[in-house]
Design a binder for this molecule. Structure first.
Ligand code: NCD
Length: 356
């Protein structure tokens, strides 16, 4: 079974990922060649959660390809405010647009949307789960700035539990040889179990540490993230985690001269603004690479019939996913849907949480 939904970059073959990256570079070099490549096509951006970069870079990407955009950035300005469910919104919008980019607070929402969409769905972030087009951005930036995607010691720092960009990036970078991961967080915000099992299954070297200062010297890449305030159950739990990891010039003095600093942004207080002037700070460039990556992705999805991905045939299950943040909890009509991972665990096909 094949489809054109971009839920998790794992569905892409290494060749497909490479094709997007090289097309992104080509579009960056010669944008005029692509100016009319999506004439007459419409992208819908359905953002149920706040966004600056992801939504606007999808929109500018489509506009720069000659297409047009519709959508909402506040669901309260749509019929969602009247109680419309995800199924009905997606069914309707897929009749209006040729492609949909969406962001939603529930884990697994993008997969749920694919069940009723007649056009490709691109996951622009589903709760704390995944964010594949941010990873595309990160991969294109690393390729350009480090010249390789393998043999890298990659530090990821901050909210590794709730940071969807972290989960997507680890899943992708674990596929390249000799990458090592240094996971820098408090115990409470360490990576979810399913991401740890991916690292173990792929025999990746990784360690979990609690000091950025001690870890920084060995890193080729430092991926800073914000503490995801909106995913905490209480203000107090957020306050307990806030401000623990801050990259400042003093710590940066201990790092390699060619270390690359990435951040998906928005930044809160985890990178001192003085670091912005350091040549190793690549996070603003990263956002620009992201726009070219999204142009390449939209171009291929709409113009190349064979640019499609293998997908699981959903298996209906009698067991409901117990993850309280999974989309099945709020959209009660959804069929329980599961798959076996390569360790033989039955996992939820929406949010990847282990069912049994
Ligand atoms: C991230 C996100 O929304 O997950 N931002 C982004 O898309 N560039 C990171 C974040 O919100 O911390």
């Amino acid at each position: 079974m094949k489809n054109k939904n971009v839920i998790d970059l794992e569905a892409l073959t290494p060749e497909q990922l490479e094709r997007i990256c090289s097309l992104a570079e080509e579009i960056k070099r010669a944008p005029e060649k692509y100016r009319h490549s999506c004439d007459g096509k419409i992208l819908a951006t359905l953002f149920y959660e706040p966004s600056t970069r992801t939504q606007m870079s999808f929109q500018t990407a489509m506009l720069r390809l000659g297409g047009r955009t519709i959508g909402f950035d506040d669901p309260m300005n749509s019929s969602v405010a009247k109680g419309e469910n995800l199924k009905d919104t997606i069914t309707i919008v897929s009749g209006y647009a040729d492609i949909i980019a969406m962001r939603h607070p529930s884990e697994g929402s993008a997969t749920a949307a694919t069940l009723c969409s007649s056009v490709p769905i691109i996951n622009g972030g589903d709760g704390g789960h995944l964010h594949p087009t941010q990873t595309l951005t990160d991969v294109i930036t690393l390729n350009a700035e480090k010249g390789r995607l393998h043999d890298l010691t990659i530090g990821l720092c901050g909210d590794l539990l709730n940071g969807r960009t972290v989960h997507s990036l680890i899943k992708t970078m674990a596929n390249y040889k000799n990458n090592k991961f240094v996971l820098i967080s408090t115990k409470a915000l360490s990576i979810p179990g399913y991401v740890r099992s991916i690292l173990e299954r792929k025999h990746c070297e990784y360690k979990e540490v609690s000091s950025l200062k001690e870890a920084i010297a060995e890193l080729d890449v430092l991926y800073m993230t914000r503490i995801q305030q909106e995913r905490f159950a209480s203000e107090q739990e957020y306050m307990d985690q806030k401000g623990i990891f801050v990259l400042d010039c003093e710590k940066l003095a201990l790092a390699k001269k060619d270390m690359v600093i990435l951040h998906p942004l928005p930044r809160v207080d985890e990178i001192d603004v003085k670091v912005d002037n350091d040549p190793r700070a690549c996070y603003f460039k990263q956002a620009v690479y992201g726009m070219y990556g999204r142009m390449a992705l939209i171009y291929l999805l709409l113009n190349d019939r064979d640019f499609a991905f293998d997908c699981y045939k959903p298996q209906l299950s009698d067991s409901k996913c117990k993850n309280p943040k999974c989309i099945v909890q709020s959209e009660s009509y959804l069929p329980y849907n599961c798959k076996y991972d390569s360790d033989g665990h039955l996992v939820c096909n929406y949010c990847d949480h282990i069912i049994e």
